[in-house]
Write a protein that binds this ligand. Structure first.
Ligand SMILES: Nc1ncnc2c1ncn2[C@@H]1O[C@H](COP(=O)(O)OP(=O)(O)O)[C@@H](O)[C@H]1O
Ligand SMILES: [Mg+2]
Length: 378
């Protein structure tokens, strides 16, 4: 082998360590390395992007340059970009979906899926469902798990802001690459509506939108998927049950008795859909005063009441997973796009949420080879 050929070979090897920042697989494997040419110590690499306006182009350029310059015999590296042809993009899509998977399917329903899916529900709005969802997601990601979040609250989508997601999803053929934040993949209906236009969608459209989130988004191999549901027992809750029969419900309530009663109704939906209840999270349980004492602005006992009532309803133990105190910094973190569990993991509210995450972080046993009913039987 000539020196030049050896250098090109070594560079190709080095580039197999470079991941596409969005898809997170080696660029060599994705067919993105179009050409490597060496002329003495000068190297020219041509990379094919999936779309011309790739938002992570600079990251990719830097990573490719660094990898190339790390190869012995390379003194200078020039990175050029091109765009994949339609045929190349189709090839990539087929590769990502896996063999024999030409049509979009919801990957979490495949028998070999080991992703645990949690739908976070509440009876009414304002109890902190979205705050709990994003902090739980962040707590799980912080444990090293690969986490996806779907903002299924079509009317009140707030997850992107709470997680500081600014980028829009990019598209490879008809697959959607979700933006990432704090190491999580995040998709929201808000990303598909211009500005902050109110979404007035009806049941069948909601169902279709959710189906698309789940099937067309390239999630990769997730450990956990969390869905932030709209409050109540509306169309989306039913759609989730139909589209994700293995999703387990996490019910969020405040300590207030009135809130607890509505939360219980939301939780009781699983007796009709035959889903599993993972448990109850009580939020806004108390507030610590400067003298260290606890004040309970919303009363007490709501979480326990809901857990006990649901245990009776479903005839199986539904645990109270945790009680999360009020902390103004939890709201501030939501406004700033940095969940409290990341900015201050030792705050009392963070510790409570992390303890809930510990209980949910058990990976599902693979159901490969077992029969799995895909439609609810009610
Ligand atoms: N434990 C908490 N401490 C302080 N503020 C909270 C807490 N939980 C939620 N909040 C605040 O309460 C408001 C409602 O929370 P949100 O998560 O949007 O509720 P939901 O999704 O149920 O409508 C938000 O302003 C949020 O920042
Ligand atoms: Mg919300």
């Amino acid at each position: 082998m000539s020196d030049t050929a050896a250098v090109v070979e070594a560079v190709r090897e080095a580039l197999s360590q470079v991941n596409d920042p969005e898809i997170r697989r080696p660029i060599t494997e994705l067919g993105m390395v179009d050409a490597i040419e060496a002329d003495g110590g000068r190297l020219r690499v041509k990379i094919l992007l999936t779309v011309a306006a790739c938002p992570l182009r600079d990251t990719l350029q830097r990573d490719v340059r660094e990898a190339a310059l790390g190869v012995e015999g390379v003194d200078a590296a020039e990175v050029e970009f091109g765009v994949m042809s339609e045929e190349q993009r189709k090839g990539l899509q087929a590769k990502l979906r896996g063999p024999g998977q030409a049509e979009p399917v919801i990957p979490f329903n495949l028998p070999q899926s080991r992703t645990r899916v949690f739908a976070v529900a509440s009876g009414k709005g304002g109890v902190g469902k979205s705050s709990i969802t994003v902090n739980l997601a962040a707590a799980l990601a912080r444990k090293g798990l690969s986490v996806g979040v779907v903002d299924a609250d079509i009317y009140g989508h707030s997850v992107p802001r709470m997680l500081g997601v600014e980028g829009a999803p990019t598209q490879v053929e008809d697959m959607i690459m979700p933006p990432q934040s704090h190491g999580m993949k995040v998709i929201s209906i808000g990303m598909f509506t211009p500005g902050n236009t109110a979404v007035v969608w009806r049941g069948p459209m909601l169902h279709r939108a959710l189906q698309q989130f789940l099937a067309d988004v390239y999630w990769g191999d997730l450990d956990v998927l969390l869905l932030d549901l709209p409050p109540g027992t509306g169309d989306i809750a039913i759609s989730v049950a139909q589209l994700l029969p293995t999703a387990e419900l996490v019910v969020v309530t405040t300590p207030q008795q009135a809130a607890a009663e509505v939360a219980e109704r939301a939780g009781a939906i699983v007796t009709q859909t035959h889903q599993k209840l993972a448990g109850v999270v009580e939020n806004m349980s108390w507030m610590e005063l400067p003298d260290g004492s606890h004040m309970e602005p919303f009363g007490s006992g709501g979480g326990k009441t809901v857990a006990e009532a649901l245990t009776r309803d479903v005839g199986a133990e539904v645990p109270l997973l945790g009680q999360v105190p009020l902390d103004p910094r939890l709201r501030e973190g939501g406004d700033a796009g940095v969940p409290l569990v990341l900015s201050d993991p030792d705050a009392e509210a963070s510790r409570a949420i992390r303890a809930v995450a510990d209980q949910l972080a058990v990976r599902k046993v693979s159901l490969a080879g077992k029969q799995l009913g895909l439609t609810p039987t009610s």
